[in-house]
Design a protein. Structure first.
Length: 689
């Protein structure tokens, strides 16, 4: 509300210090509102809203005590995301909770935050980088602030512009906002999906949380497998953007808004990257424009009241971020790098070149095969099976960074926005086929490849040339192909999966991109799929596991908008990946860093699985009686994968890793629930769009 209404801090914002977060704290109230705050020693949000239209709970009633216990438990489950503070709001059939990692406004920024007359409440995970300019504008329109935090800007922006406010936020966020006047709960997620947000409708209640474990804590019965999501995981090593491995639980996709009013749920997109290329005045003008946008993004991401550093791989993206941090900082930038004792995967020498060039305060850690001792802890922080093995080194670099800083900047997003992956170039053999093959060859290949046995020479090539560009790309990024899944999955599991088709489901993202050049389509596709569901998920969970916040300046609103409109021909030019980004970095980065071939954040899992003690993972986990009794996977096919891999006939490391992760995840999240979900059908909740 604007000036003239009740404003300012009150007794509501004093803080208590009980011994534990589950002890009985002092309660503050104004009429029906109840708030609990702890001064526990990042950020995460959780909560629920009833859909029955009831107005709330009587103080001290069993229902009120139950609601308080549920909300407190949901927050306790994500304490690692916010060890500095906790806040709860309970009123009107709604519970909002948060765990806070104090980054900005350490003294008065505790959540939940409200407006002047306490009719709008918010909990928020993330950072709003333009909050000062928004605050100035809102104060000029008569709004009164009682904190110096970026969170309060969200409340007043919503008062002023309604749901359009989320388009004005420059930052990364998962937001839950409760409007008591309309009895509406809004959930909003940032444009790129840097910060996570999940929800589930169970009974007449909507649950939400930064992590799924909050929802499963409140409703253990939610731990029921979604078999279509499992199919998607086996294909791409992550679950769909609008679902999860748990049937009732869904992700709120990036750039989406959820509205819940007295039991009615709608989900809609509030932002989407433009699928329209614009020709710049000149390449030089585009380079200069990009350079300025990047510098502004990095500067905005440096706001913090706590120590700050950067992940440094030695690649162009992270090196560019470090270089621009060094330009903007009066102190040496703290940098953190991970290496391997296998030189084929180690990038430390390149990171050292960058660190020396910018005189950073540099720190390193070597990841060895025994690093897999943390696999159970890593799996617990993802909540879902997550098959990207680079989660392991990301765990360690986050652990290393947390010893020195609370916030890190990373270079994630550069490959998707500016064309950094090898797969953006056609395979030479496939390109030669397209150019020289006689008419009808594709049809012959499409008939021939399904009849060849698993592992047969030329099978994958025949499958690829039989498909269109979109199909080929899905094969390129896929792991278990449909024919391999037919051999892997038991008849019972295939029956439960029904007509699930992960390729078709993911491929729908291409529909709106077909007006772009093919390389532009691939980049946009990865921005909407692989980036949020793999890369950003990995970095969020592993950094949050160590109570450290990771920021992504290359995914700043302005950078995304600028990059999305650039022609693909400026991103990949004459075979040079990330051409325009490298031109923007020219003069800042050492020439050797600009010219080196992309290495990627890969892990030597293949050799780890063939040597040392890691082969025991197969017998102790993958081929164990416990795993085989589930009835999911055919033992003979898994034994064949293991045999082919350990004898070095074929590299199945990614597939085997995905299966090991799934089994260990199942033991943590399904076997331990009161009602195991082995081969039990479940129907996910549908949301209106």
């Amino acid at each position: 509300m604007r000036a003239g209404r009740e404003q300012g801090p009150s007794a509501l914002h004093r803080r208590t210090r009980p011994q534990t977060c589950i002890s009985t704290p002092q309660l503050y109230s104004n009429s029906a509102v109840k708030i609990t705050r702890w001064d526990d020693n990042m950020c995460g949000i959780a909560g629920f809203a009833d859909g029955t239209g009831r107005s709330g709970w009587l103080e001290g009633s069993p229902a009120a005590q139950e609601a308080h216990a549920v909300l407190g438990g949901m927050c306790a489950a994500i304490r690692h995301r916010g060890p500095d503070d906790q806040g709860l709001y309970l009123a009107g059939g709604v519970g909002l909770g948060m765990r806070r990692l104090s980054i900005i406004d350490l003294a008065t920024g505790q959540q939940p935050i409200h407006n002047e007359d306490r009719t709008v409440w918010v909990v928020f995970n993330g950072e709003i980088y333009n909050y000062r300019s928004l605050r100035n504008e809102l104060e000029g329109r008569g709004h009164r602030f009682y904190t110096a935090s970026d969170t309060e800007t969200i409340v007043h922006a919503y008062e002023e512009w309604g749901e359009e406010a989320f388009l004005r936020l420059r930052g990364m966020f998962g937001i839950a906002l409760w409007d008591t006047r309309t009895r509406t709960l809004l959930l909003a997620r940032d444009r790129a999906g840097i910060k996570p947000l999940h929800y589930a409708v169970i009974g007449d209640r909507l649950y939400f949380g930064s992590e799924i474990k909050s929802i499963v804590t409140a409703e253990p019965g939610a731990a029921t497998l979604d078999f279509a999501a499992l199919d998607h995981y086996l294909s791409f090593l992550y679950t769909p953007s609008d679902a999860s491995i748990f049937a009732p639980v869904r992700k709120l996709p990036p750039g989406h808004l959820l509205r819940w009013t007295d039991g009615k749920l709608t989900v809609h997109r509030y932002w989407q990257a433009p699928a329209l290329e614009e020709t710049p005045q000149s390449e030089a003008a585009a380079v200069e424009g990009l350079r300025e946008v990047l510098r502004d993004a990095v500067r905005s991401h440096l706001m913090s009241d706590v120590p700050l550093g950067a992940f440094l791989s030695g690649g162009v993206d992270s090196s560019l971020v470090v270089g621009m941090m060094a330009e903007a900082s009066s102190r040496p930038v703290k940098t953190f790098s991970i290496g391997f004792d296998d030189p084929r995967f180690d990038e430390l020498e390149h990171a050292r070149v960058v660190a020396k060039h910018f005189n950073t305060d540099h720190h390193e850690f070597i990841v060895k095969p025994d690093a897999l001792g943390v696999i159970d802890a890593v799996i617990s922080h993802f909540d879902e099976p997550f098959g990207d093995s680079s989660a392991i080194p990301t765990w360690y670099v986050s652990e290393l960074a947390r010893r020195h800083v609370t916030v890190v900047l990373s270079g994630d997003g550069g490959d998707e926005l500016f064309g950094g992956y090898d797969r953006y170039f056609p395979h030479p053999r496939v390109a030669a086929f397209d150019r020289w093959a006689p008419p009808g060859s594709r049809a012959v290949a499409s008939l021939a490849w399904p009849w060849l046995p698993h592992g047969a020479t030329g099978k994958n090539f025949l499958r690829r040339i039989s498909r269109n560009e979109e199909g080929r790309y899905l094969d390129e990024i896929g792991y278990f192909q449909p024919d391999e899944k037919a051999a892997l999955l038991t008849a019972d599991l295939r029956r439960h999966m029904g007509d699930a088709d992960a390729g078709t489901r993911l491929g729908r993202h291409f529909a709106r991109l077909r007006g772009l050049p093919w390389q532009g389509q691939m980049m946009h596709f990865d921005f909407e799929t692989y980036l949020p569901e793999d890369i950003l998920t990995k970095v969020d969970r592993m950094s949050m596991a160590h109570s450290i916040e990771s920021r992504v300046p290359l995914l700043d609103n302005e950078v995304i908008e600028f990059a999305a409109r650039l022609p693909a021909a400026l991103k990949i030019k004459n075979g040079r990946r990330k051409h325009i980004l490298k031109e923007a970095a020219s003069g800042l980065l050492p020439d050797g860093i600009l010219q080196r071939r992309k290495q990627g954040f890969a892990v030597p899992v293949a050799s780890w699985f063939r040597g040392g003690g890691l082969r025991e993972l197969f017998s102790d986990v993958l081929l164990s009686p416990r795993a085989q009794q589930r009835g999911y996977f055919e033992s003979r096919f898994m034994e064949r994968l293991v045999r082919e891999h350990v004898t070095d006939r074929r590299d199945h490391s990614a597939r085997l890793w995905a299966l090991v992760v799934f089994e260990l995840w199942h033991r943590q999240y399904i076997d331990s629930t009161p009602s195991p979900a082995a081969l039990r059908p479940a129907t996910p909740v549908s949301a209106a769009s």
